[in-house]
Design a protein around this ligand. Structure first.
Ligand SMILES: *[C@@H]1O[C@H](CO)[C@@H](O)[C@H](O)[C@H]1NC(C)=O
Ligand SMILES: *[C@@H]1O[C@H](CO)[C@@H](O)[C@H](O)[C@H]1NC(C)=O
Ligand SMILES: *[C@@H]1O[C@H](CO)[C@@H](O)[C@H](O)[C@H]1NC(C)=O
Ligand SMILES: *[C@@H]1O[C@H](CO)[C@@H](O)[C@H](O)[C@H]1NC(C)=O
Ligand SMILES: *[C@@H]1O[C@H](CO)[C@@H](O)[C@H](O)[C@H]1NC(C)=O
Ligand SMILES: *[C@@H]1O[C@H](CO)[C@@H](O)[C@H](O)[C@H]1NC(C)=O
Ligand SMILES: *[C@@H]1O[C@H](CO)[C@@H](O)[C@H](O)[C@H]1NC(C)=O
Ligand SMILES: *[C@@H]1O[C@H](CO)[C@@H](O)[C@H](O)[C@H]1NC(C)=O
Ligand SMILES: *[C@@H]1O[C@H](CO)[C@@H](O)[C@H](O)[C@H]1NC(C)=O
Length: 535
């Protein structure tokens, strides 16, 4: 204990005088066996067991299913691989707190899981892990999703000391603060290959993020291969090799499902659709008067637009399994609409008195289509700001103004209108600052706005967003992790009034090295330091 106090003391002195003295050694000493994101409740003691991976097994107590079998196999590999290799049995540990070798963890899923289950919005993720002094080692949950989260926590309790894997006696009772803990990946600005997508989804599972928001197409390219309209990608993708085939998409959905992660696609309209026009120019507003051959947003005045969208979203309903679809609706540029005579004629015929209302008319028609297809929807905040009458279950996704107070005002208005909300404004991974910029992510508190408890209860969670203007396969994973880990902890862990940034930095240092050992090239979070046995 003395040693710990002394270390903390050294660290804090170092911080104060860093401007003129640089000591050798890392900036933050990693913790050992701490769980990221922090559980709802965890108690640890000084008693500990050792684990020899060659002599360790999961024992399934009651229900089993394919998801569970796959997870146990994966975590067995993680336990073997993430720790530097040791030879033979562990050496006898002479320590008053040492309790012997732990050889089994009982995995008690007390309800059946269907092999075809997809994780839903309100998936039950509660679990208990007990590593007890009396030799009982249990992971229990009433849900397969809770078992997955509990296996992750169990794997994080292990730490390495003197060539031995150790685990302290610990009781974890855990459940998330928010049910929607997402990560947005933009694959329209740069194509991100499948192996990187898998790596990111694995990284998400190590951080208990549970929604992969796939911003799959944008103005610049249309990599999604539609079976009904293959011309969309054959004309709209950057290159024939830079596309996601139906099989690729199905594989991503399955890969995510096995890890308790939902996949929600975004097909952003009516703006951000220039790539659609490469094969279907009739969908877009001609903008010849601005620039010859130019096109603007989708033309909301034509019936054919809606006929097309209905057929397109029918296919999307078949391909993607989640209840929700993200319909976009952000950043619609009205210039081309303003210059188009047919659109002005249409507006006066239909008594549409502003371009915001025209956009509202479009979104209303689109929502009718997706509603008929049994999709619930998520829209970017502009749709709400423009006064579109939204169905009750439509979620408003707040993104504007990460620096100032604007997101707080929007959050206040959205929840005052009784609508559920997601927050992304503070978690834009494309905005970089020097050093440990996870701290500003961490300081963002979704309920930090003026409103009643009922309003605050309408927040479903949030998403960290990786817009891809300046990332591709060479740097995307490094930029996502561990910065998205800060968002993950904000969304999972109980609200905290006093943020202990030193301890959090040490925990993130451990978690980053842990991700590195699992082949996630997470970048250093805090400045000078090192990871043992990274890839
Ligand atoms: C785990 O046990 C070790 C050995 O007794 C002790 O030094 C350490 O502080 C414990 N860690 C936690 C998080 O309780
Ligand atoms: C482990 O065993 C192998 C082969 O027996 C040996 O080459 C290696 O040096 C040993 N490693 C350690 C850390 O003892
Ligand atoms: C699962 O465990 C909970 C809590 O211990 C209990 O209430 C429930 O009846 C159990 N369900 C089954 C199917 O055993
Ligand atoms: C833990 O597992 C053991 C062995 O299966 C069992 O006897 C015990 O009742 C379990 N304890 C709890 C708290 O579930
Ligand atoms: C478009 O659809 C509306 C409503 O269904 C209908 O009234 C109108 O005649 C249609 N316009 C054309 C050009 O087909
Ligand atoms: C519509 O979606 C809900 C929620 O996902 C689901 O329970 C229901 O079975 C679906 N209905 C149809 C007709 O597909
Ligand atoms: C307006 O509509 C007319 C008749 O459908 C069509 O010929 C013309 O090309 C349209 N103009 C623009 C700018 O789309
Ligand atoms: C437009 O508004 C005028 C005046 O309020 C009304 O007479 C007319 O019927 C409306 N037209 C449509 C298509 O709603
Ligand atoms: C959507 O459907 C409802 C019910 O069928 C209808 O009343 C409404 O006018 C439709 N909205 C639009 C914008 O088409």
């Amino acid at each position: 204990m003395k040693g710990c106090v002394f270390l903390l003391f050294v660290v804090s002195v170092w911080t104060n005088i860093e401007s003129y003295i640089v000591n050798p050694g890392p900036q933050y000493i990693p913790t050992q066996g701490s769980i990221w994101p922090k559980p709802a409740s965890v108690s640890t003691s000084n008693y500990f067991y050792s684990i020899n991976p060659k002599n360790f097994n999961f024992v399934v107590k009651e229900w089993n299913c394919a998801i569970l079998e796959k997870a146990l196999e994966d975590y067995k590999n993680i336990i073997v691989q993430q720790i530097p290799p040791i030879n033979g049995t562990t050496s006898i540990i002479e320590d008053e707190y040492y309790l012997g070798e732990m050889t089994e963890l009982y995995v008690d899923l007390n309800r059946t899981c269907e092999d075809g289950d997809y994780p839903p919005l309100n998936m039950d993720e509660e679990y208990v892990v007990g590593i007890q002094k009396d030799g009982y080692f249990n992971l229990t949950s009433e849900s397969i999703w809770g078992i997955l989260r509990g296996l992750e926590s169990f794997s994080q309790l292990l730490y390495y000391s003197d060539q031995t894997i150790l685990i302290n006696c610990t009781i974890v009772w855990d459940r998330p603060r928010y049910s929607h803990r997402g990560f947005l990946l933009d694959t329209g600005r740069h194509f991100i290959p499948l192996d990187k997508i898998y790596q990111i989804i694995l990284g998400m599972s190590y951080n208990k993020l549970n929604v992969f928001h796939w911003h799959i197409v944008d103005d610049q390219s249309f990599p999604f291969v539609s079976s009904k309209f293959p011309e969309l990608s054959s004309f709209g993708a950057y290159h024939p090799s830079l596309t996601y085939s139906p099989e690729d998409v199905a594989n991503v959905i399955e890969f995510a499902r096995l890890r308790g992660i939902r996949v929600i696609p975004e097909f952003d309209t009516p703006g951000h659709t220039r790539s659609w026009g490469q094969s279907h120019p009739e969908l877009l507003t001609s903008c010849d008067s601005v620039q010859t051959g130019a096109y603007g947003p989708i033309d909301p005045s034509k019936n054919t637009t809606y006929n097309f969208l209905e057929k397109f979203f029918e296919e999307i309903r078949d391909v993607f399994k989640d209840q929700f679809i993200h319909l976009g609706g952000d950043e619609v540029d009205y210039d081309c609409w303003e210059l188009d005579r047919n659109i002005s004629d249409f507006m006066s015929e239909n008594n549409i008195t502003s371009y915001a209302k025209l956009e509202g008319y479009f979104i209303g028609k689109l929502l009718n289509i997706t509603d008929r297809l049994n999709f619930s929807s998520i829209v970017w905040e502009e749709v709400f700001n423009n006064g579109v009458d939204l169905p009750q279950e439509t979620i408003v996704h707040i993104w504007r103004d990460w620096t100032g107070a604007l997101w707080r005002d929007t959050m206040q208005e959205v929840t005052k209108a009784g609508k559920t909300a997601l927050l992304s404004a503070c978690w834009y991974l494309d905005h970089l600052s020097s050093g440990g910029d996870w701290v500003s992510f961490y300081r963002c508190e979704p309920t930090d706005f003026t409103g009643t408890d009922e309003q605050k209860a309408l927040i479903l969670g949030g998403e960290a967003c990786m817009w891809a203007e300046v990332v591709d396969k060479t740097n995307v994973v490094q930029r996502v992790f561990p910065r998205a880990s800060a968002t993950a902890e904000k969304l999972w862990s109980p609200k905290e009034d006093n943020f202990d940034s030193d301890l959090t930095a040490r925990r993130l240092e451990e978690h980053t090295c842990r991700m590195n050992r699992r082949n996630i090239p997470a970048q250093p979070p805090n400045g000078p330091g090192y990871c043992i046995s990274s890839f």
